[in-house]
Design a protein around this ligand. Structure first.
Ligand code: SF4
Length: 148
């Protein structure tokens, strides 16, 4: 028997706990594990990232993902994260804010920090460059035109 559940703004069907895999009879619970090189951070970016991944998995696999893990290379420990309603709402609110910024075509200035040195996005984020010129100026200078 399937039921329609509401989880904040996301609707999904729960048929049975877990998902089926091709050529396997049993059902499995997806549990995301995010590997980080460093140690747990003071802000909640890692937790929000993991919860967003879980919400994507739920939509993709039509299941419920209740928890996940953050594994930190420095401490060689993993931290269990429960995806409660409060955390899910924070992810949704963050995405809403991102969409608002995108619709306004506004790219906020980044705050350069020591985390940028080890960030895997530094090659595309270019935080130091962002301090010098605007995105429009960068596009005009390097691509020969402004943003569409
Ligand atoms: S490089 Fe960009 S995305 Fe990475 S930590 Fe710095 S500001 Fe954030």
């Amino acid at each position: 028997m399937q039921s329609l559940e509401r989880d904040y703004k996301h609707y999904y069907y729960i048929i049975r706990e877990g998902i089926s895999l091709k050529n396997y009879e049993e059902r499995y619970l997806p549990i995301p594990v995010e590997y980080k090189r460093g140690k747990p951070k003071e802000h909640d970016a890692d937790v929000l990232q993991l919860c967003a991944q879980a919400m994507c998995l739920e939509e993709m696999l039509v299941c419920t993902v209740k928890k996940g893990y953050l594994y930190y290379g420095e401490s060689k420990r993993r931290v269990m994260i429960e995806f409660d309603l409060e955390l899910r709402q924070k992810v949704s609110t963050t995405f809403e804010r991102m969409h608002q910024l995108y619709n306004k075509r506004h790219t906020p200035k980044v705050k350069v920090s020591k985390a940028c040195k080890a960030c895997s996005l530094s090659e595309v984020c270019l935080p130091k460059l962002n301090k010098k010129i605007s995105v429009t100026e960068y596009m005009e200078k390097n691509l020969g035109g402004g943003m569409q």
